[in-house]
Design a protein around this ligand. Sequence first.
Ligand code: RTP
Ligand code: MG
Length: 137
Amino acid sequence: MTQRTLVLLKPDAVRRNLVGEILGRIEAKAGWTFAGLELRQLDRATLEQHYEEHIGKPFYEPLVEFMLSGPVVVLVVEGERVIEGVRRLTGPTDPIAAEPGSIRGDFGTIVRENLIHASDSEESAIRELKIFFPGLS
Ligand code: RTP
Ligand code: MG
């Protein structure tokens, strides 16, 4: 089942020069390709749409401030079962709970600064791809 998913390498990943390492892990999976790739400074309106489900939660404002704190890599990954696949490479939200071998498990310690976002379902992927790559067919 070929799918597309939206991935963000968060400002901490860019600041810590982990972009190559993280892209390499995703790119190395058999048959997966990058259908879009860009370094981009996000704005508040985009983040409000992207993190819509979290508006009003205590971590929402600090999360948005963090996501505005520097450029992110916005990435579209295409291939066999990429939605589940990238989530598994990423690991759970809390990097301390994430298995070593996962991106968050290998490089993260802080829940907010957990290096990477990846769409969590087909429905989320479609919604998020429209926000970040409205021109993608
Ligand atoms: P993401 O959406 O970034 O892929 O991460 P996720 O599904 O694993 O986590 P989610 O629950 O959707 O939360 C989105 C992002 O908000 C930050 N967060 N901070 N308690 C906290 O301080 C807290 N909880 C979540 C993280 O950056 C998380 O990835
Ligand atoms: Mg999420």
